[in-house]
Design a protein around this ligand. Structure first.
Ligand SMILES: NC(=O)c1ccc[n+]([C@@H]2O[C@H](COP(=O)([O-])OP(=O)(O)OC[C@H]3O[C@@H](n4cnc5c(N)ncnc54)[C@H](OP(=O)(O)O)[C@@H]3O)[C@@H](O)[C@H]2O)c1
Length: 340
């Protein structure tokens, strides 16, 4: 016996990846509904070797469905997630709407699986921001060994993090540079993204940081430990898929780089590729389509007493969104619903 599962936002970047991952991981499904807006009613999406037709979220009845994996923006989530939850269907949400609600668990299964039981509070579970998810997978096992005091992170985030419109903008602007008769002005991004980098993701906050940077701070505290201080600079780069992060970590205790490498090698969800030779590290193009978070360039930071640097790369549509959501669904199934 399997689950009755709904994928909401099935025509989007994250929704399509959720369908791929549910199929790849052979999630026990009895029935699957795929939903999007009325605009794409009848659009076909792939699920393994099957083709499914999208239905309209607005008229869908969630009664009798076990779980709904939401991958629509916060506005649509605000309207439809409470309806699903009230109908008894557990919502696993990718938007930022519920992440900071103390009653709603924010889960990365490698870090805080025990939080799953708090789903009962509102029948909703939140999935973290893509840049947070991959970083905390690396931080948690190191924190368990040497207690992290402070993290300084700079991100290099791909355009797929801004949805399918973000990918189209990079593609169209790149083509327009070679064919200057067409002009593709910035729309999804604040400046030209082709052949450029943009030090702004999401809106500005009062203190001069951006909301994406704020999310990394607050979510790391909620998932790993409220005592960890985080300062982030989030940058959009002209990469289609795969976020990269340069992470500097200060610990309470000394942690040798070799021991850190061994800890990370053993940690769930992580693949260490760290050869000190040209190309002996992972770049985003190599992580696209993979489940793992890749860690490279692990080295002591000799400018502080107990410091390490590392390079962290992951497929933002997978660990940063769809994979993590499916892992939460698996955890929910294993620990709570117990079917399948
Ligand atoms: N991309 C990432 O790396 C990433 C990472 C973490 C979290 N997220 C979050 O995941 C969510 C989806 O992101 P995405 O990148 O997949 O976006 P996307 O590619 O733009 O796709 C958006 C999806 O939402 C649907 N949708 C939008 N408004 C709707 C409405 N009113 N009713 C029904 N369906 C509606 C769209 O359907 P139509 O095709 O019918 O318009 C489409 O299926 C967002 O909340 C985003 O912040 C994304």
């Amino acid at each position: 016996m399997g689950y009755r599962v709904v994928v909401v936002g099935a025509t989007g970047n994250v929704g399509r990846e959720m369908l791929n991952i549910l199929a790849e991981r052979q999630f026990p499904i009895d029935e699957l509904a795929v939903l999007a807006s009325r605009r794409s009613l009848g659009t076909e999406v792939s699920f393994g070797d099957k083709t499914l037709t999208t239905k309209d979220l607005d008229t869908f009845d969630f009664t009798g469905w076990d779980m709904a994996l939401f991958a629509v923006g916060s506005e649509a989530t605000k309207v439809y997630a409470p309806k699903a939850a009230a109908a008894g269907c557990v919502v696993i949400d990718n938007s930022s709407l519920y992440r900071y609600d103390p009653a709603i668990p924010l889960i990365v299964p490698e870090c805080n699986p025990e939080a799953i039981h708090d789903y009962k509070n509102k029948n909703i579970i939140a999935n973290p921001n893509c840049s947070t998810a991959q970083m905390v997978v690396a931080l948690k096992p190191l924190h368990d060994r040497a207690k992290i005091k402070r993290v300084v992170v700079s991100t290099y985030q791909s355009v797929s993090g801004a949805g399918k419109e973000g990918m189209d903008e990079l593609w169209d602007q790149t083509k327009a540079i070679y064919n200057p008769t067409t002009e593709v002005p910035p729309n999804k991004f604040q400046k030209q993204i082709a052949f450029n980098v943009i030090p702004q993701i999401d809106v500005f906050m009062e203190d001069g940081s951006t909301k994406e940077e704020w999310k990394m701070v607050v979510e790391t505290k909620k998932i790993v430990d409220p005592s960890i201080k985080v300062t982030a600079t989030c940058v959009r780069v002209p990469v289609f898929v795969g976020h990269s992060e340069a992470v500097n970590i200060e610990f309470e205790e000394f942690l040798d780089e070799d021991e850190a490498r061994d800890i990370l090698r053993e940690a769930p969800g992580i693949m260490v590729i760290d050869k000190r030779e040209p190309g002996g590290y992972v770049s985003p193009i190599e992580c696209a389509g993979d489940f793992a978070t890749f860690i490279s360039r692990i080295r002591q930071d000799s400018t502080i007493e107990n410091g390490l640097n590392l390079w962290c790369v992951s497929d933002n549509l997978r660990k940063g969104a769809a994979l993590n959501a499916v892992q939460i669904a698996e955890l929910l199934g294993r620990e709570v619903l117990k079917k399948g």
